[in-house]
Design a protein around this ligand. Sequence first.
Ligand SMILES: [Zn+2]
Length: 155
Amino acid sequence: MMTSAYNCPRCGSENTSTFPMIHLGGTTKGSFGAVSYGLAAGLVGTKGKTNTQNLLALQTSPPTKPGYAAGDLILGIMVGGTFVLAMVSAFSLFGYVPVPVFSFIIFAAGLACFYYFRSKQVNEKVNEWRQAIQQWENSSMCLKCGNAWTAQTHK
Ligand SMILES: [Zn+2]
């Protein structure tokens, strides 16, 4: 990355760093001594440079990658269970007792249906996340005035 070409659009300072660099702590502590980053400056002011660096690392965190949550499994089981319940009530109308193995297949089908639709949602979110990650990688912060901006990418 040509970090030297990244001058702050607000104050023109060359003392800038990219978000990934700041987040990984790739900037020297000395630079952080000059940070007057707009928010919470008073809060961290007395606690020294380490906290400032942690705060900056937090503010420059990459967007979290979306994925399946623990609740998805519970939801999937509920959907599968609803399928089985629907089947049992349908069969009981005709006086049949469903075979347990058959119930399991219906349950698995319900679970599969749920994950089919959920995976579409997750894929969309992952695509959005990829774009966000690109923006994050192209974002820089001025360590002099605290200005943050995203460089335009031409591909
Ligand atoms: Zn600046």
